[in-house]
Design a protein around this ligand. Sequence first.
Ligand SMILES: Cc1ncc(COP(=O)(O)O)c(CN[C@@H]2CONC2=O)c1O
Length: 493
Amino acid sequence: MTVTNAPTEKVLNINNVNPLIKNVEYAVRGKLAIRAEEIRTDLETGKGHYGFSKVVSCNIGNPQQLNQAPITFFRQVASLCDNPDLLKKENLPLVSQLYPSDSIARAQTLLHSIGSVGAYSHSQGVPHIRNTVAQFIQERDGHAADASHIFLTQGASSGVQTLLSMLTQNSKSGIMIPIPQYPLYSASLALYGATPVNYYLDEATGWSLDINQLTESVTSARKQGTDVRALVIINPGNPTGQCLTADNVRDIITFCHEQRLVLLADEVYQTNIYEPEARPFVSFKKALMDHPDAEVREGVELVSFHSISKGMIGECGRRGGYFECVNLDSLVLEQIYKMASVSLCPNLHGQILVDLMCNPPRLGDSSYESYSGEIKTIYESLVRRSKKLEGVFNNMEGVSCQSAQGSMYLFPQVTLSDKVTAAAEKESMAPDAFYSHAMLEATGVCVVPGSGFGQKANTWHFRSTFLPEEHLFDQFCSDLEKFHSSFLEKYRD
Ligand SMILES: Cc1ncc(COP(=O)(O)O)c(CN[C@@H]2CONC2=O)c1O
């Protein structure tokens, strides 16, 4: 006998889709971003009437969407790898007029190890590129890295999700995440059915992380029967931009040893460091290897994540990244490899960019001058824009904004009136979502409400990147100031 649903009902419908998926929320591309895309389409097709001519996507750290130029050397190598005919002997005289010698040499080296970018690679990533990453880590930290414990990934996202799923034995499995946090973590924990164990960053002290807060959080969760197994640290922070001190990093490692927690160190913004003297980036790998206690050095299980999407590179669309495992059980590493093999391999374009990120032109290479000049130009502009937007936010009535020590975002706190709260309730929105929607409709600027990252009760925030192009930045800031003033007037108690 064949069973059929009533003709009107779909076999797969919202009532029988995986309930864990329905619990997932990812505000960075949530309702506001969807509305922003609708407006963008309207503007492109001449529909609707808006007081602005374009949408400015400040909801996502996507530099090249806002016309940040790709790094020339990286694209030269990538394009040669994609079209190996250009490297044939008979073509080199012509190609050498367009491509610097070091880009040709790098493409030849990469293709020698890859074969074709159209072929599946090793599931952990091309061994040659993993050796490049190991060398990069060694040079950065002064401690060896084992290439067989490095996995190249489809952006850091897929690596993070691999580890979070590994750590989820059942719904009692608890993973400590910062509040505010980048919602890849809360979304993935919801998807796997794990328990998020929140620890709060302190806004008043520049979003600092207090070990006592970590202790309170893990103790309370364990008392409630949660099997807390790991601690997520995002350093530099997203959305908060804080960069941890060396002492803080060391103390966190000690904490993980004492509390028997796997340490997941999300370090994708490790080169987005805007106060390098006061707050230099210290990797958790370096701090672990430098830890004074051998038991800690050899015991704490650390996984560190990196990505080609951030820094001065911003090659988000190529989906490249890696994670390095330290002190993980060999049988667990086999399970991680098995899961990597299910997806066959990370894409080769992303892998090539990981190689270039970790081994860029060096002093003496023909592209070193141009490469370092491009990096410097982008870096200095990011610093200027972060400071300018921070100043604009802090000059707004009822807004306070911590500086961005790192990353690509500012996360100002905004005081909203009772009228706003009432109006937001009518729209079934959080007050900061209501404010952010009004900003989008008035200016075309799309940000992410603080409620999408988590925040202390009765505080409201929004997150904006400081990525709009510098020659448009004054207008961008002026639009925000005008919107904010008129919004406050409209909803003044
Ligand atoms: C802290 C953090 N970890 C991991 C990722 C994932 O990066 P990839 O998968 O691209 O390597 C992001 C992306 N940042 C998101 C995307 O843009 N804005 C954000 O908040 C991130 O901010």
